[in-house]
Design a protein around this ligand. Structure first.
Ligand code: SF4
Length: 334
């Protein structure tokens, strides 16, 4: 698309809340604080959060990302577990090697870990609703022995799953699923297994629910195209794109930063929606706005469906008053 003197008008609906959640904010602060206190390197098992710019920014400050603990030398450097949580075997391995660990598991994921343990302690077989291979699912399944949990990925899986006979059942879920898809899956499971026990409060976290509700609102207000700032491996970002299309948007696209947005998709649209997954900093949303603003005369309106005040404390080993990354708009540019 070329820049003309007369820029076409475009209404841009900003979903709110969007972007960083309290769990991601805490995880990033843990790595930053570990670097500030202990210097580089700080080892981080897996991407601390699913966002390339966040990971690159931390790498530039001295974080070393590893896939597994066997890549970490026995030299006493801090080792951070990512926001997605880890299996018990990973914690045991870190203990065995006497690592100095800092656990950045989101407290809302830890809550699910405790919940599945409780089900197991009460003799229930667990049906975990989630996506195979996602780090959070690996970590949650890894709280139990493999025979104590069965993964259910979708409605078809709910219809066909064959848990062990004669054992009471419970379900839990990944925190970043589609609220609507999960409700459908639970409805099928409940019909098939009438005694099925569920969480007292749903496992899908407040940030995921709020971002999905905000996306539905911008689509209801006329967004034909919805742009989601988020990484392709970010579960909650991908769900936002799905939710947008199911709510009636003609198309939803994931972009990692402003320049990634193909402007030919915007041509012909009068209203575009913009949101960001829970691992995407606001600076990247502003990049998309700047990119669009170079070609369109924008009328920007923010539609807020909830105020978020959740903030999680740092682990005791690091606690002290720090500015929240939620209030720092420069992370991606660091
Ligand atoms: Fe925690 Fe939800 Fe954020 Fe995941 S998306 S880190 S569960 S607040």
């Amino acid at each position: 698309m070329t820049l003309s003197a007369e820029r076409p008008k475009l209404t841009l609906l900003l979903a709110a809340p969007r972007g960083f959640c309290a769990g991601v904010d805490r995880a990033v602060r843990i790595v930053e604080e570990a670097l500030a206190r202990h210097g580089a390197p700080v080892y981080v098992r897996h991407e601390i959060v699913h966002n390339r710019q966040v990971v690159e920014s931390l790498r530039g400050k001295g974080a070393v990302f590893v896939a597994e603990l066997d890549e970490v030398p026995d030299d006493g450097r801090p080792v951070v577990f990512s926001a997605h949580g880890v299996a018990k075997s990973v914690v045991s391995e870190a203990l065995r090697r006497r690592f100095f660990t800092l656990d950045a598991t989101c407290p809302l994921v830890t809550k699910v870990h405790r919940e599945v343990e409780r089900h197991h302690a009460r003799g229930r077989h667990l049906l975990l609703i989630g996506h195979s291979g996602h780090p959070e699912v690996i970590g949650t399944m890894g709280q139990l022995s493999p025979e104590a949990v069965t993964l259910v990925e979708d409605v078809a899986g709910a219809r066909s799953v064959q848990p062990p006979a004669g054992v009471p059942l419970a379900w839990s879920s990944q925190t970043t699923l589609s609220v609507d898809d999960t409700a459908e899956i639970v409805a099928v499971l409940t019909e098939r297994f009438p005694g099925l026990i569920g969480p007292a409060k749903e496992d899908i976290c407040y940030a995921t629910s709020n971002r999905q509700a905000a996306v539905k609102t911008i689509v209801a207000r006329g967004a034909e195209l919805v742009v989601v700032v988020g990484a392709p491996n970010s579960s909650n970002s991908r769900r936002l794109a799905e939710v947008a299309e199911r709510a009636g948007a003609r198309r939803a696209v994931l972009v990692q930063r402003g320049a990634d947005l193909d402007l030919s998709l915007v041509e012909g649209c009068r209203t575009v929606g913009l949101t960001a997954g829970a691992s995407a900093p606001e600076a990247l949303v502003q990049e998309v706005i700047a990119h669009l603003g170079g070609y369109f005369e924008l009328a920007i309106e923010e539609l807020r469906v909830a105020d978020e005040t959740v903030e999680f404390r740092l682990p005791p080993a690091l606690a002290r008053d720090l500015p929240s990354a939620l209030d720092r708009r420069t992370l991606a540019a660091d």
